[in-house]
Design a protein around this ligand. Structure first.
Ligand SMILES: [Zn+2]
Ligand SMILES: [Zn+2]
Ligand SMILES: [Zn+2]
Length: 381
């Protein structure tokens, strides 16, 4: 690149920096929208046209703004490009992208899911496969929120980067309050995806689950004369061991035929073989997240039955509510959103995806959060 070519490139970059205040990235690059200072949105294609026009005016030496190598002919027949680039870029599909890495801070994301489980807890798919599946559904940002662990977050962030896809590190912490589960979502800055205290927390929870599995297996023997091997179970299980794994082992050992039967007969909360997990209180969960710089969001408020949401919000300090969730009716969602507005809380949305077509969680693409709410959430990180 010679002096004039460098200068041409610099003009191009300055133009984009000065005029474009936000970028709405839709995964299909041809759908990228740019917000200009005057508030208008322009498409990628239109922007390229503006840039070409500008280059035509500014570059006295008429160097092609795409290749920075060839001269632009004087006859105006090539749309401000050199002959080679004009021919190569005649068709819309071939338009080149401007260098967006220069503006990463201004990125706006258009479609997000902020509640997803991977194989690091009880989800079916590993983080890479999840990201590929979300890209297919035209998402451009997700949060991985496994139960009580952030194990997959770093890998997810790194893999996402290779695909131009944003991953927010997250976690879903189970707490107990007023006789029921209160789940709390934490969202972290990228650089906080491997905090010591969070890693230690995951280790303790993992050990709890192992101990509990062993206890349940021995009480299944004691109360129901069911023999399954805890060691085998632990060895076979990827991610977090829980009652569904034990239930499947009971079925394959021939003591029952359906999951429902296993739970009603042997494993539900009222069974003598059941051992409750140890839980944090919501305050302990919130404190843990806050100590580690996280944004704290109340997960699926629709599932909370024993406490009024308003009372919960008065008692504990959340930054936001998962107001958009698959089990909500339309009226529920409206009510949660108006609570958020009244109390100046973030609105988030989550599919709680574990696997396709499960009864109480959504599929990929069923639930998404839009540009403005994503932007507000990201600004807290
Ligand atoms: Zn789960
Ligand atoms: Zn949950
Ligand atoms: Zn969940």
């Amino acid at each position: 690149m010679n002096f004039f070519q460098r200068k041409a490139k610099k003009n191009l970059i300055n133009f984009i920096k000065d005029d474009i205040v936000d970028i709405y990235v839709i995964p299909n690059k041809r759908n990228r929208l740019y917000k200009r200072k005057d508030g208008r949105l322009i498409s990628h294609r239109a922007l390229m046209k503006v840039i070409r026009g500008l280059m035509k005016e500014k570059s006295r030496h008429r160097i092609c703004p795409l290749c920075y190598e060839e001269e632009v002919p004087n006859n105006n027949a090539t749309d401000g490009l050199c002959v080679n680039c004009y021919n190569a870029n005649k068709y819309e599909e071939n338009l080149p992208d401007p260098d967006l890495s220069l503006m990463e801070d201004n990125f706006m994301y258009a479609k997000g899911d902020f509640h997803i489980h991977s194989t690091n807890s009880d989800g079916k798919y590993d983080v890479k496969s999840l990201i590929d599946r979300y890209i297919d559904k035209e998402f451009d940002i997700i949060a991985i929120t496994d139960h009580d662990t952030m194990e997959g977050c770093k890998e997810a962030i790194e893999y996402g980067k290779t695909k131009g896809f944003k991953v927010v590190p997250g976690i879903e912490i189970s707490t107990k309050y007023n006789g029921e589960d209160i789940h709390i979502l934490g969202y972290f800055k990228e650089e906080d995806c491997r905090r010591d205290e969070m890693i230690e927390f995951a280790k303790v929870k993992q050990q709890d689950r192992i101990d509990r599995c062993k206890k349940i297996v021995s009480s299944l023997k004691k109360y129901f004369n069911i023999e399954i091997s805890a060691d085998e179970l632990l060895e076979k299980t990827e991610g977090m061991i829980g009652r569904p794994h034990m239930a499947r082992a009971i079925i394959s050992a021939g003591y029952a035929t359906t999951m429902e039967e296993v739970f009603t007969k042997y494993l539900d909360d009222n069974s003598p073989a059941f051992i409750p997990s140890s839980f944090l209180t919501p305050q302990e969960g919130i404190d843990l997240l806050r100590r580690n710089n996280a944004t704290v969001v109340l997960a699926h408020p629709i599932l909370i039955k024993n406490t009024k949401i308003e009372d919960l919000l008065n008692t504990f300090k959340f930054d936001g509510i998962e107001a958009i969730y698959g089990l909500n009716s339309e009226a529920d969602t409206k009510a949660f959103i108006s609570i958020c507005k009244e109390r100046d809380l973030l609105i988030t949305a989550g599919s709680d995806f574990h696997d396709y077509n499960t009864s109480n969680h959504c599929n990929i693409g069923d639930i998404s959060l839009g540009i403005d709410s994503i932007d507000k959430l990201l600004k807290t990180l």
